[in-house]
Design a protein around this ligand. Sequence first.
Ligand SMILES: NC(=O)C1=CN([C@@H]2O[C@H](COP(=O)(O)OP(=O)(O)OC[C@H]3O[C@@H](n4cnc5c(N)ncnc54)[C@H](OP(=O)(O)O)[C@@H]3O)[C@@H](O)[C@H]2O)C=CC1
Ligand SMILES: N[C@@H](CC=O)C(=O)O
Ligand code: NA
Length: 428
Amino acid sequence: MIQNIRKVALLGMGTVGGGVYKIIEKQKNELIHKIGAELEISKVLVRNKGKYANLIAPEKLTDQWSDIIEDDSIEIVVEVMGGIEPAATYIKEALQKGKHVVTANKDLIAVQGHELLELAKTNHCDLLFEAAVAGGIPIIRPLNQCLAGNEITEVMGIINGTTNFILTKMSEEGMDFAEALQLATDLGYAEADPTADIEGHDAGRKLAILASLAFNSPVTFQNVYTEGISKISAKDIRYAHELGCEIKLLGIAKNTEDGIEVKVHPTMIPQSHPLAAVNDSYNAVFIHGDAVGDAMFYGRGAGELPTGSAVVGDILDVARNIQFHCTGRIGSSCYKNIPIKDIKETKSSYYVRMKLEDRAGTLAALAGVFGSNNVSISMLLQKTKDEKTADVVIVTYDVLEKQFMDSIIVISNMSMVKEISSIIRVYH
Ligand SMILES: NC(=O)C1=CN([C@@H]2O[C@H](COP(=O)(O)OP(=O)(O)OC[C@H]3O[C@@H](n4cnc5c(N)ncnc54)[C@H](OP(=O)(O)O)[C@@H]3O)[C@@H](O)[C@H]2O)C=CC1
Ligand SMILES: N[C@@H](CC=O)C(=O)O
Ligand code: NA
């Protein structure tokens, strides 16, 4: 007779919820050996029950939160609905009633994570969110546990599968942006509103979570500079290849002696760098710690089963903690309060593509403006476009954002400059 049955409520049965359901069903006979108990999904909360009638037994399916919060036999609530509300309210009520929570909701954790973790600890509950960052890749547990003995100074990588998929299709197959986005959406990678992916906001939320855990200091989504990929053109991808680079949407967090830098933006990466080969929905996260040195985590950052894998891993962790009476061990690890640097105070190398009047003195005038702002040019490419104008690409050495942008303001007002077509930071 099975003595231990851990009852789970699943909030949401979409891409991720469906993956969780499939994995638990498939692992049914293994779980008793893995966690010393049986796992039962006893309730599934959705908005539109009709949509799931042929997927979930009617007695499990509900559109009423009260069916879950008032059921004391349910010990673990798995939130995979998305959005801030009602997810935040449901999670708080669950924790206050002593129910443990697993979530994939980076929108919520990126703005209320510290408060929710403190609430979980007060109620001796687990609040786990491995799936919230980099999907199926274990990165939260390594930061919270495996690498806790390190002073981590940098976390950077590709942490959005949708945009990585789009850039890969554009770069390798010449696919246009809209077609690649539609494909990513059909594959279940994109957020409910794909603008979050495209404009870098999803990666920004994940980077805020990573930076908070890595540097033990609160970083919220509002602190992160975000720039998306909607302005990246096929021409930029072509010029990047000529420069021996790939264009990727990178999240970069650094703990420097004068504060934390957190920024998400399209980046030109040398094709020799491991991140240049991270394609499709794959993610990769680099960590630098004083003891471990460089470590890289790689895997699928989005999708039904890869994300479901991370959620189920958390559920099994909670089930073990319940079994061995050690829940609520890990609250918020943000015991510092490090200042966040403004993007203007950060340094980068810049690729800038301009359309110029093709006449004598133009390049000298440009070089003069950069020189007067101490912006040193490392490379210049000129592609004649027609008899009057030319495409000119300039790559700078590392320089303060403020110095570079001051130059761009002057250049954009010069008569021989017809257009500043794109600016992309370059990672060395
Ligand atoms: N897709 C991915 O690859 C990844 C997603 N995530 C995160 O996982 C979460 C879920 O994403 P995903 O599965 O793609 O989203 P989907 O849109 O595919 O699914 C959302 C599910 O939640 C249900 N739902 C939404 N709002 C409510 C509500 N107010 N009450 C009850 N049910 C509700 C929906 O029900 P109905 O259909 O009836 O409206 C649907 O079943 C999000 O936080 C997302 O950011 C994290 C990592 C990867
Ligand atoms: N939309 C997200 C889903 C996983 O977090 C992404 O594309 O990475
Ligand atoms: Na993860």
